[in-house]
Design a protein around this ligand. Structure first.
Ligand code: URA
Length: 213
């Protein structure tokens, strides 16, 4: 069932024209991975290579991501890899708030609901801000936070380790801690059991404006 939903969403993404990014893309990048995975990784948006191939993390960041997954005892095929926005912003500029809002409501949040992973690894600040608004990545990277029924694990974007080599040991240590985090999430059955009461808001917005995962 969830595999069908994931495929259906991917089809919608490929023909999406909901925002201006559609005009500049070669291929939309819906994301990929098993629908029954326990871990979802969420990057920022497609870059040059991803736009060409229609697949997430296939350039230099992708090679590093595969190495990092290996340090966690995982292969690319074990996890779902997606992005905040599904089309490449021109010249790799930051995605705009309206683009993020449109794309996440239309696709990413539905992908999360379909897969229902106990663990979400956010890669970079745009992805982190969806779940932990107002936080700073250098302060909280690698520290799992319970948000709704899941553990959110904020991590640096792999590109940050490519561009600033001093970040590499930090991101490697964070990935090495993933198996223990996954074990904790599964032991708590965080995805299987809805929280008995409303999760605490992670920022000051009124609860009706926040999405609870
Ligand atoms: N960077 C991202 O954030 N996502 C990709 O898919 C590739 C590079």
């Amino acid at each position: 069932m969830s595999a069908e939903s994931i495929q259906m969403i991917a089809q919608e993404v490929r023909s999406c024209t909901l925002c201006g990014l559609a005009a500049g893309r070669t291929h939309a990048v819906p994301g990929e991975g098993p629908a029954d995975t326990k871990i979802m990784l969420i990057g920022e948006g497609p870059g040059y290579n991803e736009d060409r191939q229609g697949r997430p993390f296939v350039g230099a960041s992708g090679q590093l991501l595969e190495d990092l997954l290996g340090m966690a005892g995982l292969a690319r095929a074990d996890v779902f890899i997606g992005n905040v926005v599904k089309c490449r912003p021109p010249n790799n500029r930051d995605p705009e708030p309206a683009e993020i809002a449109t794309c996440t409501e239309a696709y990413l949040f539905r992908q999360i609901e379909a897969i229902n992973p106990p663990v979400i690894v956010t890669l970079g600040r745009f992805s982190m801000s969806l779940f932990l608004p107002g936080e700073r990545i250098m302060r909280i990277h690698g520290q799992p936070r319970k948000v709704g029924s899941r553990l959110i694990v904020p991590m640096m974007h792999p590109a940050a380790a490519l561009h600033q080599p001093q970040n590499r040991p930090l991101i490697e240590a964070d990935f090495r801690s993933l198996p223990a985090i996954l074990a904790r999430a599964e032991a708590e059955h965080v995805a299987a059991k809805p929280a008995p009461e409303q999760p605490k808001p992670v920022d000051d917005r009124p609860p009706e404006q926040m999405r609870m995962f």
